[in-house]
Ligand binder design. Structure first.
Ligand code: LLP
Length: 463
């Protein structure tokens, strides 16, 4: 099992003494291409550069902490997913991982579709020019206003998540004189091997309608009866940061079984299935993610086999990768502030950000890598914990890693693979100002989401 997907990682009190680090890497200056985005290199003078720009220049121009997003890598990953799935399948980028107008434009240009899960994600997508028919709208508790906006805009599909929602969407579509294409999200009863909070296909959780006990079949029955709805497919998302294809296999099999039941009962062959997102990425050198073409091949083989066995025409497949596209494309750049060696334990390295720009370590015991990027060093490896500046001892960015023992205040360090679920889950805890996202490509860098300012925060405070 991947270390970064450990479902029951040690709690913070334990890691103080136990840790779960491996041996120091042979060369602290080398950059493992598995965890860094494609255009990241170490230049001859020892600095790290992305898109041809050294980190010291980036820090000077944009400040720290900041996320630097490798646009060429992002586009290449979009193309890899689109090519792997080909013409007979659809790739929806999951906007929750990270969404901005620039990202929407890149997706559009690279031919991807977009999954949104709130009215404001939808607004961002539409504002940046994503055609509505290429948008899928998700969520377990969409408001009537959100549903109305999605139906009015003409989104390509709404993924229905409850019995109430089936009725609500049908009603709103009828009121607007439309017929809304919809999927039903089912829970297939798979225990995905990932952290409990990001596993979504076991039955005891809030998403979807269970296949078990005939609930999903009943949902289909109701949806097929309602004017205003055109049920086009079944959706299943089993969780996130998953490496093992076995869960997807079970999920695909059970979804196809439901299609066969629907055909037998209603004489209708639903034309599409969506197998969700959830593919894992490398946060540390110990993680071994799969390539999109392997995933595409595995999924289409399973679906074809199961459909042949059930005598069904193979449905069109869609997938919704978020992390696997944007996760590896960015790193967070921090400046080292204080350094506190704790005798017999480890050295605490404090940076100018923390849990406000990366909550994943505190929330899921996620593991990250870190490197000194403003220079090389031949000093001995030192076991460190990279922590933020927030008023909480759980404010950990990287729990266990090695940095050179001559690390000093003012050095720049970077945490790779922070493109997904970091800026999108950032907070203003301790009135932190959320960092900018800077896109870097071919020697030029531009802010795509600007840094928050004190004025931004004070403007909200109207008391
Ligand atoms: N489709 C649906 C319906 C989803 O709920 C999700 C993620 C995705 C696609 C995209 O999953 P991905 O390919 O990015 O794994 N905040 C957590 C992850 C939560 C994922 C929620 N849903 C984290 O930082 O690990």
């Amino acid at each position: 099992m991947s270390r970064s997907a450990h479902p029951a990682g040690p709690r913070h009190a334990d890691v103080l003494t136990e840790g779960h680090y491996s041996a120091p890497p042979a060369d602290l200056n080398s950059l493992d291409q598995k965890v860094w985005s494609r255009t990241v290199t170490r230049t001859e003078d020892g600095e790290v550069a992305v898109g041809g720009i050294e980190v010291s220049r980036l820090a000077e121009e944009f400040g720290t902490p900041a996320y630097f997003l490798d646009e060429a890598d992002f586009r290449a990953r979009c193309r890899a997913w689109a090519d792997a799935f080909g013409r007979d399948a659809d790739v929806f980028y999951a906007g929750k991982a990270f969404l901005s107008r620039a990202v929407v434009r890149w997706l559009h240009e690279e031919g991807l579709n977009l999954d949104v899960c709130s009215g404001t994600e939808l607004a961002t997508a539409l504002d940046a020019g994503m055609p509505a028919e290429r948008i899928a709208f998700h969520g377990n508790n969409k408001s009537e206003a959100e549903i109305r906006r999605a139906v009015e805009a003409g989104v390509g599909r709404i993924v229905l998540d409850s019995f109430q929602e089936i009725v609500r969407v049908a009603h709103i579509a009828r009121e607007l004189g439309k017929v809304q294409k919809a999927f039903i999200r089912v829970t297939v009863g798979v225990e995905a091997h990932t952290h409990e909070f990001i596993a979504t296909a076991h039955e005891d959780q809030k998403f979807g309608i269970a296949l078990a006990g005939g609930q999903a079949a009943e949902a289909v029955r109701r949806a097929l009866k309602l004017d205003g709805l055109e049920l086009t497919g079944i959706h299943s998302h089993i969780g996130s940061q998953i490496f093992d294809m076995a869960g997807f296999e079970v999920s695909a099999r059970r979804v196809v079984q439901l299609l066969a039941e629907v055909r037998d009962e209603h004489g209708v062959e639903l034309p599409e299935i969506d197998l969700g997102g959830g593919l894992g990425i490398a946060y540390t050198s110990d993680d071994d993610p799969r390539e999109p073409h392997e995933i595409a091949k595995a999924l289409s083989e399973i679906v074809t086999r199961e459909c042949d066995a059930a005598g069904l025409r193979a449905p069109r497949i869609s997938v919704e990768p978020g992390r696997a596209i944007v996760g590896p494309t960015a790193f967070t750049l921090y400046e080292v502030g204080t350094i506190k060696p704790l005798e017999g334990l480890r050295t605490y390295v404090s940076v100018d950000g923390g849990m406000s720009d990366n909550i994943r370590t505190a929330l899921y015991d996620a593991e990250y890598s870190v490197a000194l990027v403003s220079r090389t060093s031949d000093a001995e490896p030192m076991l460190v914990r990279v922590v933020g500046k927030h008023c909480e001892s759980g404010d950990i960015v990287v729990s266990d890693a090695f940095l050179p023992a001559d690390l000093a205040p003012g050095d720049l360090i970077a945490v790779p693979a922070t493109g997904a679920y970091c800026r999108s889950m950032a907070s203003n805890y301790n009135h932190a100002l959320r960092p900018p996202v800077v896109a870097v490509r071919d020697g030029s860098a531009r802010v795509i989401v600007r840094r928050e300012t004190e004025e931004d925060l004070l403007r909200l405070d109207v008391g």
